[in-house]
Design a protein around this ligand. Sequence first.
Ligand code: SF4
Length: 141
Amino acid sequence: MDGLFSEDTIHILDGKLAAGQESLLVNLSLKKDGNPVARCGAVSVDRLHLLADYTRISLAEIGSQVLQGQPEIAPFRRGNSTACTYCEFKPICAFDSSLPDNNWRRLERAFREQAFNAMADRIYRKQGRKQETRVRIGYSA
Ligand code: SF4
């Protein structure tokens, strides 16, 4: 199972996983010292809060744009992967990448640290806060 989860729940999600092993149930591998490897789905509670705040801000912005009549249709594309691939609205959607005004929003591959820092930067900018206390030392909402 893919996705992110709190590192506090590791032993609930796969209670039999021992140090140095990779879980067959969730996106989780433990180093020999018992800590999760950096690329797995385990993240701190602070980072889950950051992700929730970022999602909340993004949805509010999208909602405002829709209410102002400016819903930009710009689905993401990264390589062969697009937002439209499994979209249920495809049969009625007006997006056509062959039209001049219909553009993909091309996503760059970002490492997890970069992505969390970019989200924290955006949240702090939105709140008019300084950025020194960001993810590196823990996100504080
Ligand atoms: S099919 Fe249309 S509605 Fe669905 S993700 Fe693509 S652009 Fe958006």
